[in-house]
Design a protein around this ligand. Sequence first.
Ligand SMILES: O=C(O)CCC(=O)C(=O)O
Ligand SMILES: [Fe+2]
Length: 255
Amino acid sequence: MASRLRLGQPSPNPASTPDPGEANGGEGGEARKPEPKRPEVTNLGGGSEVLHFPRFMAREAAWEVFEELDKRIPWTRPTIRVFGRSSVQPRDTCYVADEGLTDLKYSGHQPRAHSWDEFPVLKDVLKAVHEALPGSYFNSLLLNRYKAGLDYVSWHADDEPLYGPTPEIASVTFGCEREFLLRKKPTKTQVAAGSGESVRKRLKIDDPQQHSFLLKHGSLLVMRGYTQRDWQHSVPKRAKAASTRINLTFRHVLS
Ligand SMILES: O=C(O)CCC(=O)C(=O)O
Ligand SMILES: [Fe+2]
């Protein structure tokens, strides 16, 4: 079984240079208490909000998590159905959840739910997320692995009914940094005028209604309120992203 990681502790490697801004990293032992983790808050309007903790986890600890997950998670690349067409999902995935929850199903695919006990490192990350977000409670986790810049997740919202009307989704990134985009969903009137990308182009639905976050190694991004109802998000292809990124999205399945 994997050793339990000491997330948020100073690096055990004295040769490594601590990042002075790292929320919970740095030297100083007992004398220096971890600084409180304060997020950057983006109010999307209409009761939707994004929190960004760029330095949620100390670098070294985050690399340990990356290595552990890269090696031990039973990654699969399932075939999914989007707009009536079958295709291989353009990233690796895995699903972990409490026992007895409603099954997750998305794009015609029902992933097998693994137990938290199989991956102790995930329990450590979950604990750190719960500590950073008092009052939150996550009981399931969708993992993604983007092997390089051609892997991506297309525009979507995590608005499955099993998450309820205002799901909180906490997303932790390890490894290669990637851009995370948010755009407003088209209104009913806009949808009535046509569909999809062509309408967006014709109605010029773009800039003010779009936000971009650079998700770095060890960062945490939280979507909450009506973000899944009113917005879509994506991680687009980036040819220049040469290495692997692992992303964990913690969610709460309603009982
Ligand atoms: O990789 C990410 O940052 C986002 C993943 C995502 O949107 C999802 O799993 O639903
Ligand atoms: Fe998502």
